[in-house]
Design a protein around this ligand. Sequence first.
Ligand code: ADP
Length: 183
Amino acid sequence: MSKNVPSDTDSAPERSSSRSREGTRAIFPGSFDPLTSGHLDIITRGLKIFDHLTVGVLHNPEKRTLFSVDERVKMIQETLQGDAERITVKSFSGLLVSFVEELGTHVILRGLRATSDFDYEAQMALMNRQLSPHIETFFLMTSERYSYVSSSLVKQIAPYGGDVSHLVPPQVRKALAAKFSRT
Ligand code: ADP
């Protein structure tokens, strides 16, 4: 082995890899207020790389959200029920790295859209590495057709009755319709 390549014995055994007997695992954290087709695309492509994904739904009491954390978790669970064996949906609050440690993995999965995402994502990834050096952030570039899709865009359109069916999965479209009292 090259002298420059750290061996597994360089890190604590339980931290040496996200590849366990259960396979490779990663955490996809976010606000998901609400889940969009762009998020779903990252999840679907993430499942081609990792054996198991935990979708971490951030509960930040200081940030006003359209959907409560329980509503967001439920919508994601309903949308992903076909993949329930390989996906866990959990809420978390506080530091992301603490949540990652709690789950015993070391990979954070994030999506990247425009260059504007890059500055924020780089800052978060570097800060998380500072807090927990063994945690890696893994980025997937958005699919072109979802590059403009965001939860904020959905929240700007839905209250006025705009068609969001190409932006969100059906379960979320229904929840938005209920929220804004349309059927
Ligand atoms: P946060 O508030 O943590 O940014 P979001 O729910 O907005 O939470 O996003 C969660 C993750 O999904 C982020 O990494 C974000 O860049 C990514 N993401 C959001 N929309 C898209 C999209 N259309 N294509 C690819 N990645 C996306």
